[in-house]
Design a protein around this ligand. Structure first.
Ligand SMILES: [Zn+2]
Length: 563
């Protein structure tokens, strides 16, 4: 106490700069307390806020230090989810595994939210603010790939794999939330943490449904994490398109394709005419649109006139009105080709996303902590693997920002405002962001310059590159949570931006209505086919330190053994 009193006197009679530098170096904890009291004493009107922010710094430093020691936990969670390799709507092992960790750590789990078997919400805490922490969990078809090697080799040939890195985001959030919760409990800090998965993000299949069913009604702010190759965050228009994902099904009459073709009504003819019509339409569409399709049912065999056929479209544009206009046109074309071919038509919305717009005050709070945490220290093994993979896939020499691509990044991304780059892509986190102030925080767990959605993008995702990125990212999220829990101004500013800027002229109109069911049957057949084989490769942390060790991979393995 004497020590504190003398420091307070020194400080308040002059300025904080008079504090002996050696004292600060010797005992950071002791000097922070006098500073805290000093500010409370002399700064009128801002008493609580300043006092809390000073205290918050102590807690932030504590939680970031603790997370530095959680590398093993991060590695285990990231590797485990990587090994499950589950496609959208079929993330049963992933969800069971992640919720069991949260349950063990005192979170209450609500399973099957919105009637989606693999969706859930985990809650802990009391009162305001209520902060949601989310990330996607699904993987990519045919992207099975061994990690840590600089050549193409599947774990299970043609099986799904984490070629988008969605195995890393929720482990990051869980790491951060568990450590922040410990401090909240000890210090009796009010607030509620809500952890949730982006189920079937690759199908943009759930987040608009979460909104429709009210799961984000009482949320004050949302931090979403998405894997990247640098650490960054942005606010305003993300440059993304929104989309509808819609399947058109045609029903005709079967007939012997050689013996009595005149008695058949081909559903496949309808599909092909629809695609031809759409491809002619492209000439008259805005350059911002993206539209693509796959024929999900093209009939059974050539000698039977196909009585059933189906085509699945993603229709993307930059605004609700333009997406709606494409959607209406596609329905009109489908009706028209049904008439032309004498078939009948039905359609179903399988997924949807709005164009992205993210929150400025939260992005600024996140970016402050990004600067504090900085990029992970990449070692020569990480750099060797990154450069070898970049060579393997013929990566571009520069990224869209014009920065060179050469191994793992050594300088942090800047805090970005509204995007000048139109990505063409979509993400249904936008639907959350149009209802609750939200940011997407990118953390550096993948190699720069890859094509995305492919096997090469899975290579880093169960290696030290991914593990280091997740630990660094968890520190940023934990520090931002401490900021939000102790400084109510961040959330009130976030809502002011949401109300006065983001939604001033644009109002969210959902594409889903009360009758649109989530397409939870998607990917079931594929997972039923591959799950038994993938099970042989699930990570077993009781036997192996890492998944690389389990697979017998010497990190980094730059060339195929035996060649
Ligand atoms: Zn993604």
């Amino acid at each position: 106490m004497n020590y504190l009193t003398s420091q307070i006197l020194t400080v308040s009679s002059n300025s904080e700069l008079t504090i002996n530098k050696n004292t600060i170096m010797l005992n950071q904890k002791l000097i922070l307390l006098p500073l805290f009291v000093f500010f409370v004493t002399i700064v009128n009107g801002q008493k609580n806020e300043v006092a809390t922010s000073s205290q918050a710094e102590v807690w932030k430093n504590e939680v970031m230090k603790t997370l530095n020691g959680k590398y093993k936990t991060a590695q285990e969670m990231v590797d485990m989810v990587f090994s499950f390799s589950e496609l959208g709507f079929q993330e049963t092992e992933t969800s069971a595994y992640l919720t069991s960790i949260l349950k063990k750590n005192g979170f209450a789990i609500e399973n099957e939210i919105g009637g989606i078997p693999t969706a859930w919400m985990a809650k802990w805490g009391n009162g305001k603010p209520v902060i949601a922490l989310g990330s996607d969990i699904d993987c990519i078809p045919k992207a099975s790939q061994k990690p840590g090697i600089a050549y193409k080799e599947a774990i299970v040939e043609d099986a799904p794999g984490h070629g988008e890195g969605h195995n890393s985001g929720l482990p990051l959030m869980i790491l951060a939330a568990i450590e922040v919760k410990k401090i909240m409990e000890r210090e009796k800090i009010p607030g509620t943490l809500v952890i949730w998965p982006g189920v079937a993000e690759e199908l943009v299949g759930t987040k608009a449904w979460y909104i429709r069913d009210g799961y984000f009604k009482n949320i004050d702010a949302c931090i979403f994490a998405h894997v990247g190759s640098n650490m960054g965050v942005s606010w305003g228009d993300s440059g993304n398109n929104g989309l509808v994902s819609v399947e058109f099904k045609f029903q005709g009459n079967a007939a012997h394709a050689a013996g009595s073709p005149w008695r058949g009504k081909s559903a496949l003819d309808a599909v092909e005419l629809m695609d031809v019509a759409w491809n002619f339409k492209r000439e008259h569409m805005k350059p911002t649109q993206r539209s693509h399709y796959v024929i999900t049912d093209g009939g059974d065999q050539p000698n039977v006139v196909p009585s059933k056929a189906a085509v699945w479209y993603y229709l993307r544009e930059r605004s609700y009105e333009d997406i709606k206009s494409m959607y209406d046109d596609a329905i009109l074309y489908a009706k028209s080709v049904a008439q032309m071919t004498g078939t009948t038509m039905s359609y179903k919305l399988l997924g949807t996303a709005w164009p992205g717009h993210f929150n400025k005050p939260i992005a600024e709070a996140v970016y402050n902590n990004i600067k504090t945490v900085g990029l992970p220290v990449w070692d020569s093994s990480d750099q060797q693997l990154a450069r070898a993979v970049q060579k393997l896939v013929n990566a571009p020499k520069k990224n869209p920002r014009g920065q060179p691509i050469d191994g793992m990044p050594m300088t942090l991304d800047s805090l970005d405002g509204p995007s000048q780059i139109l990505t063409g892509a979509s993400d249904d986190i936008a639907d959350i962001a149009w209802n609750v102030p939200t940011v997407v925080f990118r953390y550096p767990s993948n190699i720069p310059g890859l094509a995305g959605h492919d096997w090469s993008s899975a290579i880093a995702m169960a290696t030290p590159i991914a593990h280091k990125g997740v630990v660094a990212g968890s520190k940023v999220v934990a520090a931002t949570l401490m900021d939000m829990l102790t400084n109510p101004k961040i959330i009130s500013d976030a809502w002011a931006y949401y109300t006065n800027v983001q939604t001033k002229d644009v109002k969210y109109i959902p594409f889903v209505d009360s009758t649109t069911h989530p397409a939870t049957y998607l990917n079931k057949k594929v997972m039923d086919e591959f799950r038994p084989q993938l099970k042989n490769y699930y990570y077993d942390p009781s036997k192996y330190k890492t998944y690389l060790e389990q697979l017998g991979i010497q990190y980094p393995q730059l060339e195929k053994k035996g060649l």
